[in-house]
Design a protein around this ligand. Structure first.
Ligand code: ATP
Ligand code: MG
Length: 361
C-alpha cells in the first residue's frame, strides 16, 4: 500500500504540484495499523487533479475533494486550503485554495491527523502529532472550544478516535465537549451515524458507550436507552437496544431491529420464539437481557425442526393420504404440524406425522 501511495503523490509532484499523504493513513502507519483509504493534500486544484487522473471524481458534498482510484486503492485528494468563518457549526462559509502546506494542516481537526508523508516516505510533522501519538492523546490543533464551534462533528470525531485508538482526550477537549455538546443537534444524523458506527464496531465499543454516557452526550445525540445495552460485540444489537427513530437504517437493518425489540419482550429460550425469529435475533435480545449465548445456542440446537422444510412429510404424502389435490389446506396442516412438533407433542417422523394427520384433519 505504501509503495503505491508514494507512487501516487510522485505522479502529482512530477506534474509540477506539491503533494503529501496526510490524515488517517500516516497516523495509522505510524501506529502499525491498516488503513482503508489514503488522504492526499496537494497544491493542485481539483481540475488539475482531474487532468492528471482521468478517472478522478469530484463528489458533490465534498467541498472540492476529489476521489481517485489508483492501482485499486482509493485516494481522497484535497487541495491545500484555508477555511474562513464557519456557518451552521459544520461548514466553512468559504474556502480559499492556497499553496502552503502548513496553513492547510492548521485547519485540520487533531494533531494526530495533521502528520504528512512526502514522496520519499519522510514524515513531516510541524504540529507535533507524532508526540501525541506516542503519548496516546487526542489534542485539537486550534483552541478546542473554537474548533468544536466551527465544526461540531469534531466532537464526535474526537470520541471516535479516542475509542478506536484507545487514546485519552486532552483535558481541554473534555471541557469543550461539555460546553458545546448541544451543537451536535446541528449535525446531520447521517454524519453522526458514520462516527457512531465506527465507535460501535470498535473493540472498545463498551468503553465508547460509557464515554458517551459519562460526557453527557446521550441526549445531544438522541441516543436513548444506552443502559439497555449489555452486548457490545454486535452493532445491530447495539442499535436495536438504542431503538432510535432519528437515525436511518436500510430495510434489512430496520427489520432486524424491529424483530430484536419484539423478541426482547418474549422468552428467548421458548421453542416457538426461537423457531419463528431465529437464533441471531434471539441472541441479540437474549444477551442484552442477561441470558448467556451458550444457553440460547443450546436451546436453539435442541429444536426438533429449524424450518418447515425439516418436517418429514411432503405435500405429496399429505395429498395422497387425504386423497385431495394440493390447495391452501396444506398451509393450515403445515402450520399445525410446526407447532405440535416444536411443542414436543408430535415426533418429527413420517409415520407419526401421517398418523396424526389422519386423526386430526
Ligand atoms: P479514517 O481512518 O477514518 O479515514 P481520517 O483521519 O483519515 O480517519 P477522514 O475523514 O478520512 O479521517 O479525513 C481525512 C483528514 O481530513 C483527517 O485526518 C483530518 O486531517 C481532516 N479532517 C477530516 N474531517 C475533518 C473535520 N471535520 N475537521 C477538520 N479536519 C478534518
Ligand atoms: Mg481517511
Amino acid at each position: 500500500m505504501k509503495e503505491i501511495a508514494l507512487e501516487f503523490i510522485k505522479i502529482i509532484n512530477d506534474n509540477g504540484f506539491k503533494a503529501y499523504i496526510v490524515g488517517g493513513y500516516v497516523r495509522d502507519y505510524l501506529m502499525n495499523l491498516e488503513s482503508n483509504d489514503i488522504d492526499v493534500t496537494t497544491s493542485a486544484t481539483p481540475k488539475e487533479i482531474k487532468k492528471i487522473f482521468k478517472n478522478a471524481k469530484i463528489t458533490k458534498d465534498s467541498y472540492g475533494s476529489v476521489q481517485v482510484i489508483y492501482k485499486n486503492l482509493p485516494f481522497e485528494v484535497t487541495t491545500f486550503r484555508e477555511e474562513s468563518s464557519y456557518f451552521d457549526n459544520r461548514h466553512p462559509s468559504s474556502i480559499k485554495y492556497i499553496d502552503d502546506l502548513e496553513t492547510d494542516l492548521k485547519r485540520r481537526d487533531f494533531t494526530i491527523n495533521a502528520i504528512c508523508m512526502d514522496k520519499e516516505g519522510n514524515i513531516i510533522d510541524p504540529l507535533n502529532g507524532g508526540a501525541d501519538i506516542k503519548n496516546k492523546i487526542i489534542r485539537t490543533i486550534n483552541e478546542s472550544n473554537k474548533s468544536f464551534q466551527d465544526d461540531a462533528l469534531r466532537i464526535l470525531r474526537a470520541l471516535r478516535f479516542s475509542v478506536t485508538l484507545n487514546f485519552k482526550l486532552a483535558g481541554d477537549i473534555v471541557i469543550a465537549i461539555s460546553k458545546n455538546k448541544h451543537l451536535l443537534k446541528n449535525i446531520s444524523y447521517e454524519r453522526k451515524k458514520i462516527e457512531l458506527d465506527k465507535i460501535f464496531t470498535s473493540l472498545n465499543a463498551k468503553s465508547g458507550i460509557e464515554l458517551i454516557k459519562n460526557l453527557g452526550l446521550a441526549s445531544a445525540l438522541d441516543l436513548e436507552n444506552l443502559d439497555r445495552i449489555k452486548y457490545y460485540t454486535d452493532i445491530v444489537g447495539i442499535w436495536s437496544m438504542i431503538n432510535s427513530k432519528c437515525y436511518k437504517f436500510n430495510k434489512h437493518e430496520k427489520e432486524l431491529i424491529k424483530k430484536v425489540n419484539i423478541v426482547y419482550d418474549l422468552d428467548n429460550l421458548n421453542e416457538l420464539v426461537l423457531y419463528k425469529y431465529g437464533l441471531y435475533v434471539n441472541i441479540l435480545a437474549g444477551i442484552n437481557k442477561g441470558l448467556s449465548k451458550k444457553e440460547i445456542n443450546e436451546a436453539y440446537d435442541k429444536l426438533p425442526i429449524k424450518a418447515k422444510s425439516d418436517i418429514q412429510v411432503t405435500s405429496l404424502d399429505i395429498c395422497k393420504l387425504l386423497n385431495k389435490n394440493p390447495d391452501a389446506f396444506l398451509n393450515d396442516i403445515y402450520n399445525n404440524l410446526e407447532i405440535e412438533i416444536l411443542r414436543g407433542n408430535l415426533i418429527n417422523k413420517k409415520e407419526d406425522i401421517l398418523e396424526y394427520i389422519k386423526n386430526n384433519f
